[in-house]
Design a protein around this ligand. Structure first.
Ligand code: SAM
Length: 297
């Protein structure tokens, strides 16, 4: 049974190893067993699953995962935690501990090696300084995943699940929703961690879509349009796209695409749905690239 997950045991381990928390690694360790149970339940972990844990810390959640999953691979960047993990995880024979930076790990290769390339589950109390690159990396690199169930900053969880009309709606919302169905499992207050983070946290589950909810000929172009629209949030969609160095289209080409979508000329990007960004991308994909920059569509 898990032996960690309460403040007393966590403090004992930290003192025994004279561990010092490193802010640069976003180290806030979970000390609430109810939250840990909720995470495992929400992720739907079974003995059939291989789970990737990012940042096991002293191994608190890793113990829970090892009880529930068939196999766990845990990737930890901080070398001073490795001897601690060797002790706290000694009773489990289904854990592979990897001392590395998750952003440098070939996760597809891990899934191949330990799960025969079948979809894995990702469960983590993420280091908040790299939440977005970790999640987008998993999606964009086509890592085979069923779902990603992670603790993130509350504000980031909100941004991932919002739609048009909310101040939290943005490029992250659209990117996440293109790849997955978000669901906020629980809000978690600072007193559930040692040390306490300055911000509220939330557990969010992202269930990978088997096929994306919109069809778009050139997803990379759609994401360039999305970025350009939200980089200049206060500007109209037309000006935002026109000002973007990432996009080769003339003012007239952009205006024509907006007209064809029956949108007002002064529409703002933040009001567009994922479907509308996909359609806009398809209209602009059809613009001949060799045309001089001023040809209308
Ligand atoms: N899972 C533990 C828990 O819930 O108590 C610790 C979570 S703590 C928020 C984040 C963990 O990620 C820390 O152990 C930290 O050292 C580790 N970490 C930070 N950056 C990392 C990276 N680039 N690659 C792998 N692990 C990282």
């Amino acid at each position: 049974m898990p032996t960690l997950g309460n403040p007393q045991h966590t403090i004992e381990i930290i003192q025994k190893y004279k561990f010092t928390f490193q802010k640069k690694f976003g180290q806030n360790f979970l000390i609430d067993t109810h939250v840990l149970d909720k995470i495992i339940l929400a992720a739907g972990v079974t003995k059939e699953d291989m789970v990737l844990e990012i940042g096991p810390g002293i191994g608190t959640m890793t113990q829970y995962l090892a009880e529930a999953a068939g196999r766990v691979a845990a990737v930890e960047i901080d070398g001073s935690l490795i001897p601690i993990l060797k002790e706290t995880l000694a009773d489990y024979d289904n854990i592979t501990l990897i001392h590395d930076d998750i952003l440098k790990v070939d996760i597809r290769a891990l899934a191949e090696k330990y799960n025969g390339g079948r979809p894995i589950k990702v469960v983590a109390n993420l280091p908040y300084y790299i939440t977005t690159p970790i999640i987008m990396g998993l999606f964009e690199n086509n890592v085979p995943v069923d779902n990603i169930t992670v603790m993130v900053q509350k504000e980031v969880a909100d941004r991932m699940q919002e739609g048009p009309g909310s101040k939290d709606y943005g490029a992250l919302s659209l990117a996440v929703q293109y790849y997955a169905e978000p669901y906020i499992v629980a809000n978690v207050p600072p007193n559930c961690f040692i040390p306490r983070p300055r911000v509220g946290s939330a557990v969010i589950r992202l269930t990978r879509h088997p096929v994306p909810p919109v069809q778009v000929k050139d997803p990379a172009l759609m994401f360039r349009l999305i970025r350009a629209s939200f980089n200049q949030r206060r500007k109209t969609l037309q000006n935002g796209l026109n000002n973007s160095p990432e996009l080769p289209y003339s003012k007239e080409q952009i205006a024509s695409a907006i007209r064809q979508m029956d949108l007002a000329p002064a529409v703002r990007g933040e009001t567009l749905t994922l479907e509308q960004f996909a359609r806009l991308a398809d209209l602009l994909t059809a613009v001949p690239q060799e045309a001089s920059g001023t040809d209308p569509l």
